[in-house]
Design a protein around this ligand. Structure first.
Ligand code: PLP
Length: 338
């Protein structure tokens, strides 16, 4: 590793690495993978991504273990989710195996950027697929570009695993019922920017979105799923407008392995009064525990924890999942690609 990276001071942000991997869909088929060292994309000014938002992406990570080997977490689940995003907004889906091949190639080519085990940092992998074909009528493009780029990112919790507050803001929605919320579509994130910025300015980590139809049930938390612990039960919302988080799916399995009951069902807001622990979950943090949730419209504080110290179940789930990702614990479910 001779890349002169200060592994302990990395943030979560773009950073140039040596290569990215690309593939183009044209004339009705996906071509061969290409390796590029350019950070630029050139496209037609009438590309559908620019006007009609035909863009989807993924986020996953690679980890270097104590043994020096590199492990990519649940790559096939991300491949399937990208497939479903493509179907959702009528982009050309990737043939089976191409996503995995492109991700592995991008990681291999940039292996020197996978942070050392001790740093607690990881390599973030960003696959993105978008319409580059020209259309002025509202139609799907006939040309698409798929790119996988990677960058080292720092440990999410630099000063220790701790809980932070969230807020409820009813006058914002990130996705409509039966809209694009269940896919990883670029426009969903544009739609969430103003609420997210507002929450951050007020000192909250994220907005807990309620279902857009009735505002009675919890949907998700900014760019993460929501879960709660009630006694020996792991509860997480079921809704047609939330992104199926791969971290959440993994935590549900681990909770079950730990002998807990797992419930995925609509969660009324008032249920926040019954939770012993709560957290946001996603690739970036694994778990970001929640200390309290301020309902700023109704003037209610849902206090989950007494301070910033996470509860025992969140800690155990967090340590177990991280242990599997870094290769310290046995990968019983076949989640890791070495
Ligand atoms: C809206 C949204 N929900 C949930 C998640 C968590 O998903 P995952 O665990 O697959 O990273 C993400 C992040 O990827 C997200 O953007």
């Amino acid at each position: 590793m001779d890349k002169q990276v200060d592994w302990s001071n990395l943030s979560f942000g773009y950073r140039k690495t040596d290569y990215n991997v690309r593939c183009t869909f044209e004339n009705g088929k996906w071509g061969e993978l290409r390796v590029s060292d350019s950070e630029e994309v050139s496209m037609h000014m009438a590309a559908t991504v620019l006007h009609y938002g035909q863009a989807g992406f993924e986020g996953l990570k690679a980890f270097r273990g104590k043994d020096g080997r590199i492990r990519i977490f649940r790559i096939s689940d991300n491949a399937r989710r990208m497939q479903s995003t493509c179907e959702g907004i009528m982009m050309a889906p990737l043939p089976d195996g191409l996503f995995e091949e492109a991700v592995c190639k991008a990681v291999e080519l940039n292996a020197d950027y996978v942070p050392p085990y001790e740093s607690g940092a990881s390599l973030y992998i960003r696959p993105v697929l978008f319409g580059t074909g020209a259309q002025v009528g509202v139609h799907p493009a006939d040309r698409y570009e798929f790119i996988v780029f990677v960058m080292p990112v720092g440990a999410y919790f630099k000063d220790g695993f701790h809980a932070t507050p969230c807020c409820i803001l009813r006058h914002y929605d990130r996705a409509a019922p039966y809209g694009t919320g269940r896919w990883k579509v670029g426009g969903n994130y544009a739609a969430s920017l103003s609420a997210g910025m507002k929450a951050h300015e007020m000192g909250y980590s994220a907005v807990v979105y309620l279902d857009a139809r009735s505002k009675k049930y919890i949907d998700e938390c900014g760019p993460a799923n929501f879960f709660g612990i009630e006694g020996n039960t792991y509860v997480t919302p079921q809704s047609e407008s939330i992104l199926p988080s791969i971290t959440n799916k993994s935590l549900m399995q681990l909770a079950e392995d730990m002998g807990m009951k797992v419930e995925q069902r609509p969660m009324p807001v008032e249920e926040l009064n019954c939770l012993d622990e709560a957290g946001m979950c996603g690739t970036a943090a694994v778990i970001a525990p929640i200390s309290h949730i301020d309902d700023l419209d109704e003037n209610i504080v849902y206090r989950i924890l007494d301070g910033k110290e996470p509860g025992p179940v969140c800690k155990k789930l967090y340590e177990t999942l991280r242990g599997i990702q870094y290769g310290d614990l046995e990968d019983k479910h076949g989640w890791v690609t070495v």
